[in-house]
Design a protein around this ligand. Structure first.
Ligand SMILES: [Zn+2]
Length: 77
């Protein structure tokens, strides 16, 4: 079964884990809209799946931009 991801329609913090993949509403200039979570904290370290660029972004900022979440273990949130 294809992994459809999970739309973050809940309130409160996203249950993010290392290795999760986030699909953001606005794509990176390279064309990819998927980012792998490398570090979780007050700031998130994300790696662009398209070009490999690594960015550090405030968690609140990311949570407003997430379209879908692909949990690393494929399990439910
Ligand atoms: Zn990129």
């Amino acid at each position: 079964m294809a992994r459809e991801g999970v739309a973050p329609d809940r309130t409160g913090p996203l249950p993010l884990h290392l290795g999760d993949v986030l699909q953001l509403k606005k794509p990176h200039p390279c064309g990819s809209d998927r980012w792998t979570v490398l570090r979780v904290g007050a700031d998130l370290r994300l790696r662009c799946e398209g070009c490999g660029r690594i960015v550090l972004v405030g968690r609140a900022q990311i949570e407003r931009r997430v379209r879908r979440l692909f949990p690393v273990d494929g399990g439910p949130l």
